[in-house]
Design a binder for this molecule. Structure first.
Ligand SMILES: NC(=O)c1ccc[n+]([C@@H]2O[C@H](COP(=O)([O-])OP(=O)(O)OC[C@H]3O[C@@H](n4cnc5c(N)ncnc54)[C@H](OP(=O)(O)O)[C@@H]3O)[C@@H](O)[C@H]2O)c1
Length: 308
């Protein structure tokens, strides 16, 4: 399979690149260096030249070091998260290229009123339409609205990625590094399983549409802390904010989404997502501290360039 990938240099794109390479698929990276990604005609011309079988978009504006930064750069954030998916869809529909968009579960907050996790049928409740969200979450929800009529597109919702590789972007690392933690209940996505599930959608001819690609279940911050301690990965004394009010006053500028998702649709489609507690324990049992990660990534990169 020949895959065109937008956002290959990012945290999520790096894992897509690693798995695409490992599976022996051909990869064409599309980005700002070889395309005006906001111009349908520029994207069409790059896609006509490359002629990929499918396209994956994991480009987006996340805000560094966190979503608070999106509040200060609203135009670029809405362009990257809501305009870009529309441009890609127009180009892919014109050329008949099936494609997938990396979306986010952060367009929800809490649980459904019946106590369950949010399904693909539920409307986002943490969005501009609800007037309660961060700019980042609002733009991600808008990105899904832009794709509402897309005919050949997967919307893969990712939620708080984690893996066994220590990194400032890995949730299990963040929990260890933050000075104070916010107690909250969330569904999470194991990054390697998430990416494998996305790629499986094409391999297994899964029906297009929205998929919550979170690991089954949910976990609280204090449960994650206990698992980190049990695994012996970090022995620091973990401290928690007394309340969400204290967190907002001291550590955040814009509201955060904490939510529980239902991933039954993905499981019923045959996608593999392992139960959340076991998956976190496995990541911690195979924990690779940051210095080792750099060496491993370099090895992977050298394999990747040799493979193309
Ligand atoms: N990481 C998370 O916690 C998380 C959770 C849920 C969903 N997501 C979604 O996953 C996607 C990728 O996130 P990430 O964490 O990998 O972000 P990242 O590390 O910041 O990478 C973003 C990628 O998008 C590219 N990009 C950004 N703006 C672009 C633009 N205007 N045109 C072309 N390329 C652009 C960047 O390319 P350059 O190298 O050129 O800057 C980079 O490759 C985003 O859509 C994000 O909303 C992330």
């Amino acid at each position: 399979m020949h895959i065109a990938l937008l956002g290959a240099s990012g945290y999520i794109g790096t894992e897509f690149t690693r798995q695409i390479d490992k599976l022996g698929h051909k990869l064409t990276a599309i980005g700002r260096s070889n395309c005006d990604v906001y111009s349908v005609s520029s994207l069409l011309s790059v896609l006509e030249d490359a002629s990929p079988d499918v396209l994956i978009n994991c480009a987006g504006y996340t805000g560094k070091p966190n979503v608070d930064a999106c509040e200060l750069d609203k135009a670029n954030c809405i362009a990257g998260n809501a305009v870009l998916p529309g441009v890609i869809n127009e180009a892919c529909e014109t050329l008949g290229i099936p494609w997938g968009h990396v979306s986010s579960g952060c367009i929800f907050t809490g649980r459904r009123s019946d106590g369950g996790g949010f399904t693909e049928e539920d409307d986002p409740n943490f969005s501009f339409r609800n007037n309660n969200c961060s700019w980042y979450s609002g733009t991600k929800a808008l990105g899904e609205e832009v794709l509402a009529d897309a005919s050949n597109c997967y919307i893969w919702r990712l939620r708080i990625p984690f893996s066994n590789i220590d990194s400032p972007r890995n949730y299990l690392s963040k929990v260890q590094r933050y000075e104070n933690l916010l107690e909250a209940e969330n569904s999470l996505s194991n990054l390697p399983e998430y990416v494998a599930a996305c790629l499986d959608c094409f391999d297994k001819n899964v029906a297009v549409g929205i998929y919550n690609l979170t690991n089954p279940g949910s976990v609280t911050t204090s449960e994650v802390v206990e698992m980190i301690k049990e695994a012996g990965v970090c022995d620091k004394e973990f401290r928690f904010f007394a309340s969400e009010g204290e967190f907002m006053a001291k550590a955040a500028k814009t509201p955060r989404s904490n939510c529980v998702m239902d991933c039954s649709k993905a499981l019923n489609a045959g996608l593999k997502l392992s139960p959340i507690h076991a998956c976190i324990r496995q990541a911690l049992a195979n924990w690779r501290p940051e210095n080792r990660e750099v060496r491993i990534e370099q090895q992977d990169l050298s394999r990747s360039s040799a493979g193309h």
